[in-house]
Design a protein around this ligand. Structure first.
Ligand SMILES: Nc1ncnc2c1ncn2[C@@H]1O[C@H](COP(=O)(O)OP(=O)(O)O)[C@@H](O)[C@H]1O
Ligand SMILES: O=P(O)(O)OC[C@H]1O[C@](O)(COP(=O)(O)O)[C@@H](O)[C@@H]1O
Length: 308
């Protein structure tokens, strides 16, 4: 069973404006609310691909209730730890460019954290845990490390999708998959990742440091895949970007869904890239139909070699 962990879920409030006028009254053109947070997005996309998962994490208040209801409507099973405060609202502002304002989230007590550890401790060697998103400021930076140690003890495979500083700490525990974007990767290596060659070079260093499979997403430039045996790259088709919120999370879900079906990393990478594009070209997350419509346009090339 795939489990996703969102330590800091959110209601994503997406608003579209003609133009943002700072210091003035702005009226919205369109607005939409979605249950969000990286692990939750992974669960939502997996469900659309016909793969069931269980969403874990901390949730609370009226916003938490909204998220649980929306997930229930989508038939996604959840086993959240309920906390006292309100789950955060993240604002995604589209006015020509995309501006994101992510809030900090509710307090989490020691007892809440212990309850979460108990749930993770119940996973087995047949399970996969996706740890995705930021660690709320109220928890220590070592939180993910503490949780992946439990996975290692129980033989649970884990996927890590988090910013560089947090990612670095879990690499020695051998994640099955990591998916930094090129900005996060650049921060990790104190450089700017401008092309596939630089992304592959840094991806290889992450494999040496413990990751089994690495996807580096590069927004409209596409993505690269690196493992001990292979390096692939994929360009992406041009299209109208409706909202790229959750594009990275969709890549993680796409990879896991296809890998579970085929056990083939190249096919899984192709499906992953198509899933990211399909989400970028949609207001909400991608549907399976949209992913499969884009799939024939995704050509995977061996890095430094021929297409295969
Ligand atoms: N403007 C875009 N055009 C086409 N595909 C995109 C675009 N933005 C994102 N994608 C797709 O989504 C994937 C993830 O996007 P990216 O912005 O790199 O991730 P994250 O959401 O984690 O920051 C990309 O590799 C690509 O497949
Ligand atoms: O935990 P963080 O880093 O604050 O990110 C949370 C935000 O990330 C998202 O999961 C989107 O992530 P991506 O666009 O990187 O895939 C939103 O749903 C949510 O608002």
């Amino acid at each position: 069973m795939i489990y996703t962990l969102t330590l800091n879920p959110s209601v994503d409030y997406v608003i579209q404006l003609e133009e943002l006028k700072l210091g003035e009254l702005n009226r919205v053109l369109r607005e939409a609310k979605f249950p969000g947070g990286k692990g939750i997005n992974v669960s939502r996309v997996l469900q659309r691909m016909g793969v069931s998962s269980k969403a874990l994490g901390f949730i609370g208040g009226f916003t938490g209730k909204y998220i649980e209801e929306r997930l229930k409507q989508e038939k996604i099973s959840c086993d959240f730890v309920h906390v006292k405060g309100d789950t955060r609202i993240n604002v995604k502002l589209q006015a020509g460019t995309e501006t994101e304002i992510n809030a900090s989230g509710p307090p989490i007590s020691k007892a809440d954290f212990e309850a979460l550890k108990e749930k993770i401790g119940a996973l087995t060697g047949r399970d996969v845990l996706v740890l995705a998103g930021s660690v709320p400021a109220v928890l220590p930076e070592t939180t993910y490390e503490e949780l992946v140690k439990i996975c290692v003890q129980n033989g649970t495979k884990f996927v890590a999708d988090m910013e560089g500083r947090l990612l670095e700490k879990v690499l020695p525990y051998r994640p099955f998959l990591i998916k930094p974007n090129h900005h996060e990767l650049g921060e990790l290596f104190h450089t700017e990742i401008a092309d596939f060659a630089q992304a592959v070079a840094c991806g290889k260093r992450l494999v040496q440091r413990g990751a089994e499979n690495v996807i580096v997403s590069m927004a409209d430039q596409g993505a690269v895949f690196v493992s001990r045996q292979s390096a692939f790259m994929a360009e992406v088709p041009k299209g109208e970007v409706k909202s790229s919120v959750g594009a990275g999370d969709s890549m993680v879900a796409g990879f896991l869904a296809k890998y579970e079906e085929t056990g083939d990393v190249k096919e899984a990478f192709r499906y992953s890239v198509a899933s990211g594009c399909a989400t970028a070209f949609s207001l909400d997350l991608c549907t399976k139909e949209k992913v499969e419509e884009i799939l024939p346009h995704i050509i995977i090339k061996n890095f430094g070699g021929d297409s295969g």
